[in-house]
Write a protein that binds this ligand. Structure first.
Ligand code: AMP
Length: 278
């Protein structure tokens, strides 16, 4: 009997080599379908699902990659302990209606080594780079490679990583790629905490503190909008973060060019980032 699939049973293709990926995507492209791509590092949550929903609005087929990219981690960072749950991820992707999951390994991503001809541009200056100097070159390295492999019409990135989104836009323009880059709003929990795979590291006590981050950020953005000098608002926000229990603040910074306040702060071993338009 021919039973219709429910959304839960809707099949998702899963490939792990660039050859299989190209074959699938080429077939769709030849039949005139538009392809949207969502790169991720897995440990998927509702933030990732909102990117997939956005991708489905813009394209006929949605490709999602899951790859914890070693080149964007420094040796002392959390590459080894980064949460990994491919089975759970695939189930979520299927429910969200993604069409193809791509889970390459290092040999598939870096067949000739980790060197990259493509580097991050001027959007990478400052903020994250002051604290994670390797980070954006690593991101650009892997995203450029993924773009070459998937060859999507559009790619979706979260505004959660706002500086990253600007770095990707700049890379796409510099490399003259015809890929539309779409920024998706930050998905938050019911307390306003930006969803992140790294939130899984937080203890119950740390989670309570983490939920103050967005409120302090919003206040800084509001104060700047009301005419308070950005330096004063930044300083006050930094002080508030430390007072409410954050262990270290990498930056709270108003970036005039983007009219936005961006923050990175540590709770124990966990580094959280967030940002808000003014
Ligand atoms: P990641 O798996 O953390 O590398 O993130 C993959 C993509 O999901 C990136 O484009 C992120 O900006 C995006 N993303 C992660 N968390 C969120 C969130 N809370 N809201 C919106 N996008 C997000």
């Amino acid at each position: 009997m021919n039973m219709p699939f429910t959304e839960d049973q809707r099949p998702i293709y899963h490939v792990d080599t660039p050859q299989m990926l190209s074959k699938m995507v080429a077939r769709w492209r030849e039949s005139g379908e538009k392809i949207a791509f969502v790169p991720t590092m897995g440990a998927l949550h509702a933030g990732h699902m909102s990117l997939i929903a956005r991708a489905k609005q813009t394209a006929d087929k949605v490709v999602v990659s899951i790859y914890v990219n070693p080149t964007q981690f420094a040796p002392h960072e959390d590459f080894d302990s980064y949460p990994r749950d491919v089975r759970g991820d695939l189930a979520q992707l299927q429910r969200a209606g993604a069409d193809l999951a791509y889970t390459p390994d290092e040999a598939a991503m870096y067949p000739d080594g980790r060197e990259s001809a493509v580097k991050a541009g001027s959007a990478a200056a400052g903020l994250e780079t002051d604290f994670r100097p390797h980070f954006f070159d690593g991101v650009v390295n892997v995203v450029y490679r993924l773009f070459q492999q998937v060859r999507p019409d559009a790619a979706i990135f979260g505004e959660k990583d706002f500086q990253q989104l600007q770095v990707i836009r700049e890379m796409v323009a510099a490399q003259d790629l015809s890929i539309e880059i779409i920024g998706a709003e930050i998905a938050r929990d019911e307390h306003g905490l930006a969803l992140s795979s790294r939130n899984a590291y937080l203890s119950a006590e740390e989670l309570e503190i983490a939920r103050m981050l967005n409120q302090i950020l919003y206040k800084a953005a509001f104060d700047i909008k009301e005419g308070i000098a950005p330096e004063a608002a930044e300083k006050e926000a930094e002080q508030s973060l430390l007072t409410c229990g954050f262990d270290k603040v990498d930056y709270v910074s108003y970036k005039g060019e983007w009219n936005r306040v961006l923050v990175a702060a540590w709770l124990g071993k966990t580094r959280l980032i967030d940002n808000c338009g003014v």
